[in-house]
Design a protein around this ligand. Structure first.
Ligand code: GRF
Length: 296
């Protein structure tokens, strides 16, 4: 079927073909209906769709035979609705992949419904397109002039009924509009034991080099809720990883990353099962699945 037929309501909007033969289309306004066939996702304009094209680009994709995809059903597990997840990625996306696999395997009671990236050519975006997931480019920059604005991003996430935003190697500050729209619902993973080795400029291999140079004997991933600053939101979970005497930054990064994949899936599982509770002093803690009286 021609993709143009499925993008009804946006005929005036030119489609752009990227080198990987995926399709971009303008997003609808917030009251437009979101429809998905088995092969394509389409955005249909509602009658009050104005001339104003709300935003720029969503990548559209090919058939998706897996469960996760962009459709999330309302199916209940112990009375809890299956959650809808947005993942933000700037790089290779190995955390994104492991989260996606856990959704597909049914470990996580949720589905990834959109991938947001500031680099449309990154590995994470390629993987999303390959799996038939919509890809949104954010923010709009000189390098990526087709990115969307913060207000439009919030509109898209609302339209897709996103419950949680998961940052997985997304190297941009999250705009205040998104933080206000999703209170206590945005988490990030950082590759050190925060508050050590965090903050602006502390990302990627720089973190692991700094850990080794400091002489610290332990490091490991931290998952925290996101506020307006880099790496300062409330800590939700951590995992300790030893720093070995002869470690290179690359070896240490690989050891931490393996733990990141496990920890992020565990934490998202808890989020989606509504096992994250907030202590009176504002610290989030996780209720154990096996023993509801136990928290970590
Ligand atoms: C991870 O180390 C994560 O802690 C940090 O960025 C990296 C992303 O790696 N925020 P990947 O793209 O998931 O492989």
């Amino acid at each position: 079927m021609e993709v143009q037929h499925l993008l009804s309501g946006f005929c005036s909007t030119p489609l752009i073909r990227n080198p990987k033969t995926q399709f971009f289309a303008r997003l609808p306004n917030p009251c437009a209906s979101f429809a998905q066939s088995q092969k394509w996702v389409s955005f249909k304009a509602c009658p009050c769709n104005s001339q104003r094209a709300l935003s720029r680009k969503v990548v559209e994709c090919r058939s998706n035979t897996e469960r996760s995809g962009a459709i999330a059903s309302d199916d209940l597990r112990n009375g809890i609705r299956r959650k809808k997840l947005a993942v933000f990625v700037s790089g290779g996306g190995s955390n994104f992949r492991s989260i996606h696999e856990a959704c597909v395997r049914g470990l996580i009671h949720g589905d990834i419904v959109v991938l947001v990236t500031n680099k449309q050519g990154c590995g994470g975006a390629d993987y999303a397109r390959d799996k038939g997931l919509p890809v949104v480019l954010f923010p709009k920059t000189k390098k990526e002039p087709d990115g969307i604005s913060p207000i439009d991003l919030v509109a898209v996430l609302r339209k897709l009924e996103v419950d949680f935003v998961l940052l997985a190697g997304y190297l941009q500050l999250i705009p205040v509009e998104l933080i206000q729209a999703y209170p206590r619902s945005i988490v990030n993973i950082h590759p050190s034991l925060l508050p050590a080795f965090g903050g602006k400029g502390n990302y990627g291999m720089r973190v692991h080099k700094a850990v080794i140079a400091s002489g610290a004997r332990y490091t490991g991933p931290t998952i925290h809720f996101v506020d307006e600053h880099y790496d300062t939101g409330r800590i939700l979970a951590q995992r300790v990883v030893p720093v070995l005497a002869n470690d290179t930054a690359e070896e240490l990064a690989a050891r931490v990353l393996r733990e990141e994949h496990r920890l992020y899936v565990e934490v998202i599982t808890a989020l989606c099962e509504e096992r994250v509770v907030w202590r009176e002093d504002g610290v989030p803690i996780i209720r154990s699945k096996e023993n509801p009286n136990e928290y970590s």
